[in-house]
Design a protein around this ligand. Structure first.
Ligand SMILES: C[S@@+](CC[C@H](N)C(=O)[O-])C[C@H]1O[C@@H](n2cnc3c(N)ncnc32)[C@H](O)[C@@H]1O
Length: 282
């Protein structure tokens, strides 16, 4: 059963996050480029294909894939939040890209006909959908027979210090109840097999799952890391806003100290692990 109040809250949070995701979009593009590459490889995306990106945020992996499919191919970048879609469109315009289209829509109500796309992908989106099963059925419906659906989600927190180095410090200052494993959240599909079984139930065949180990790397300082993390996460923004100013400053300082070991030579380098699930429409 979908909790509508919870679903609306999630969308409201993403709406408020959009301006920060656009502000930091160049860094976000760089740090998750290995994930985009894994999706492209696993789904077998090549020149001339039509690709749907579900929950594309401010434009990734849509814009990278648009380069891969080239002028004879096309990408449809979608997101539930208008401000995210507008940010993606601005970036495509800035780059003079002509093979990407944009549409605001929910993942579980895709406004496209059956069998429309060669490939459907979603990077770091599916764990936030109110009804992932309904979304996967929609993604499968709009995929052409034989086409691929490929998804990337976070693996467990302990394998991802980019996330837990902040949440661990924050939990010392703000009471943090354990997350409901079936509610929208970063680690909802961190259990191996959990997302793959939903993809299978949605009708996909040849479903495969793999871990992607990579490094979250960018030429940014611990200060800039803190700015990125504290701005782009709605949960962190809310917790920080509720702390007295002195404590919020203290959290920022402790996070920077804790994160310091992931900045060899002054540049960010976190080990990271995600799960890539891919299936095919029969
Ligand atoms: C973590 S961001 C990922 C953005 C982008 N794909 C990336 O990897 O940089 C999650 C995105 O999911 C979108 N989203 C959340 N719920 C959604 C839903 N039900 N349908 C479509 N998009 C949704 C949010 O608006 C947000 O842009």
């Amino acid at each position: 059963m979908v909790d509508r109040i919870e679903a609306d809250k999630v969308l409201q949070e993403w709406t408020e996050s959009a301006l920060y995701w656009e502000k930091h979009s160049a860094t976000i593009r760089a740090i998750f480029a290995p994930v985009t590459l894994a999706l492209i490889e696993d789904a077998g995306i090549v020149k001339g294909q039509s690709v749907l990106d579900v929950a594309g945020g401010p434009g990734e992996p849509s814009l990278t894939i648009a380069g891969r499919v080239g002028p004879t191919g096309s990408v449809m970048c979608t997101d539930a939040v208008a401000e995210m879609v507008e940010a993606a469109e601005r970036e495509a315009d800035r780059r003079g890209m002509t093979n990407v289209s944009f549409r605001q829509c929910m993942a579980d109500a895709l406004p496209f006909g059956d069998d429309s796309f060669d490939v459907v992908i979603s990077r770091l989106g599916v764990m936030f959908f109110p009804d992932p099963s309904a979304a996967l059925r929609e993604m499968s419906r709009v995929t052409k027979p034989g086409g691929a659906v490929a998804l990337a989600v976070w693996d467990e927190s302990e394998h991802n210090p980019f996330l837990h180095v902040v949440t661990e410090v924050m939990s010392r200052y703000v009471e943090t109840p354990p997350a409901d494993p079936d509610a929208p959240g970063a680690f909802r599909f961190a259990d191996p097999g959990k997302l793959a079984s939903i993809v299978t139930e949605a009708g996909a065949i040849d479903v495969r799952e793999r871990f992607l180990n990579f490094h979250i790397e960018a030429p940014i300082s611990p200060d800039e890391f803190w700015e990125l993390r504290s701005a782009t996460s709605a949960t962190l923004r809310e917790k920080l806003a509720n702390l007295p100013e002195e404590q919020a400053k203290r959290v920022a300082q402790v996070v920077r100290e804790a994160a310091n070991r992931f900045f060899p030579n002054g540049q960010m380098n976190f080990p990271a692990q995600m799960i890539i699930v891919m299936g095919r429409k029969a």
